[in-house]
Design a protein. Structure first.
Length: 103
């Protein structure tokens, strides 16, 4: 029987092109998250108090950005294995807690 090859533990070579691509997707992802947060918060403010609309808008914006980046095959470097919904929930909850503590 042929032996199975061991999984490759070789790291991806960091080239200037890879660094530029990562930086570009980081900046575009950040801009998209910020834009979506502002737009969603303005829409949600009509239906709920601002304290909750901000938290929900941040969570939805983070989840949508992660889904888009995962679809484009460029998930955030340290969050590759995190489900977008979990990241959005944690971000929204973090904003909610921070707003409560900072009052």
């Amino acid at each position: 029987m042929p032996r199975k090859k061991a999984a490759s533990t070789r790291k991806e070579k960091i080239t200037p092109t890879v660094l530029v691509r990562r930086a570009l997707f980081f900046v575009l992802g950040s801009l998209l998250t910020g834009f979506l947060t502002v737009v969603l918060e303005a829409m949600l403010r009509e239906f709920m108090p601002r304290h909750f609309s901000v938290s929900l808008a941040v969570g939805l914006a983070v989840a949508a950005t992660f889904w888009l980046l995962r679809f484009l095959k460029h998930p955030p470097m340290f969050l590759k294995n995190v489900h977008p919904l979990a990241a959005g929930l944690c971000a929204g909850l973090g904003v909610h807690i921070a707003r409560t503590w900072l009052r």
